[in-house]
Design a protein around this ligand. Structure first.
Ligand SMILES: Cc1ncc(COP(=O)(O)O)c(C=O)c1O
Length: 382
């Protein structure tokens, strides 16, 4: 059976050129970039090159990137690092109810330590309201952390407007741009963000590497102690192999982002057209006019998500839902809960499709054809 992978928001395969680059680095460059001899200098050169390429991709200075083990660590460093560095100015933090757990859980941890956290709600479109943000801002707010693009529904947040709003405020502005980096042009100057998180494995690079961009005027409390790597913001011998792979993924991304977006939009249009052709009942979660091209979250009334996902997997289609299945019961998505409330049936019948560069229009047709009988069967059981 052939498999169709439509879960690129979870992770992407390595780009072929990334595989080649990493193989070459693995074979030819092993030195520790902190060593002063030839082998160390050789790896340092690779690291510097990668930092230059990646910093340029977000219009940031070379010295502003802190390489981390991925998006999760970068978010943790941004949140704990700025909360502890600035607590003398206040202990209030603002975030949203629809953040990734790599933001929500650090915020909850800070709450347990006595910080006060406001979780901004969203409406059915999935967007935060700037007026609600304005109302929530206080003199003692030290950090605002709001994601650029939501990983479950693909909704885009008004990051630049938020950046402008916060320009005159003491609060540090962090955005988790893990899902944005692959599809949106990122310019940290224009966006007026102080901290920004990205991750390599969502853009056809290797897993286990990402970065935190940090504006030079901001201080973070160090979270990992040891050597003086990453200007002491993050100790530990740099993962040169993964960072070199990440750089190659960024190089290709810079060349292809626009054409990838066109391709993703075509896949989206085709999937919707094919589902309609199958005369299926469905609705799209979130604002259709304010979403990224590669993620769509669709509700199929009268189906049940856990059985749906299992049936799709058996049919060779890999997708996901935001709900976590724990010990046989479903914990519905906190994102859909924030958008629709606790009782809405969309919490229990929604599926995320996320497109990638290798998907074809014909696959979208196959997916719709395979989904149709599954939905009919599940509806008859409901
Ligand atoms: C929005 C968002 N933030 C953070 C992360 C975590 O990134 P990583 O897997 O690199 O730790 C993810 C990954 O799913 C994500 O989608």
């Amino acid at each position: 059976m052939s498999h169709i992978y439509l879960d690129h928001a979870a992770t992407t395969p390595l780009h072929e050129s990334v595989q080649e680059q990493m193989t070459s680095v693995m074979q030819n460059h092993f030195g520790n970039p902190s060593s002063i001899h030839f082998f160390g200098r050789d790896s340092r050169k690779l690291l510097d090159q990668a930092r230059t390429t990646i910093a340029k991709s977000i219009n940031a200075p070379f010295t502003s990137l802190i390489f981390t083990s991925g998006g999760t660590e970068a978010n943790n460093l941004a949140i704990f690092g700025s909360a502890y560095a600035n607590e003398q100015y206040g202990r209030h933090i603002i975030t949203t109810q629809i953040e990734h757990h790599a933001v929500l859980h650090p915020c909850e941890r800070l709450e347990s330590e006595g910080f006060d956290v406001t979780y901004l709600p969203v409406d059915e479109t999935g967007q935060v309201d700037l007026n609600q943000l304005k109302e929530a801002l206080r003199d003692d707010t030290i950090l605002v952390t709001i994601m650029s693009v939501n990983n479950e529904v693909g909704v885009i947040q008004p990051i630049q407007e938020i950046g402008e709003l916060l320009e005159e405020h003491q609060a540090v502005f962090h955005t988790d741009a893990v899902q944005a980096y692959g599809v949106q042009q990122i310019d940290v100057q224009e966006m007026k963000v102080d901290l920004l998180t990205a991750s390599s494995h969502k853009i056809y690079g290797p897993k286990g590497v990402g970065f935190l961009y940090k504006h030079e005027k901001h201080h973070l409390k160090q979270q990992v102690f040891g050597g003086e790597q990453e200007r002491k913001w993050r100790s530990g011998t740099e993962n040169t192999l993964a960072i070199a792979g990440f750089e190659q993924a960024v190089k290709v991304l810079m060349e292809e982002r626009e054409s990838r977006n066109t391709h993703y939009q075509a896949l989206f249009n085709e999937l919707i057209a094919q589902l309609e052709k199958q005369e299926m009942e469905f609705s799209i979660n979130g604002d259709l006019n304010n979403r990224v091209s590669n993620i769509v979250n669709i509700s199929f009334p009268k189906t049940e998500v856990e059985m749906f996902l299992t049936n799709l997997d058996l049919a060779g289609i890999a997708v996901s839902s935001g709900s976590a299945c724990t010990a046989g019961s479903i914990d519905p998505s906190h994102v859909l809960k924030a958008m629709y409330g606790e009782e809405d049936e969309r919490l229990y019948n929604s599926i995320r499709f996320s497109f990638g560069i290798h998907n074809t229009l014909d696959e979208m047709k196959q997916v719709a054809e395979k989904i149709q009988p599954i939905v009919e069967r599940l509806k008859s059981l409901s």
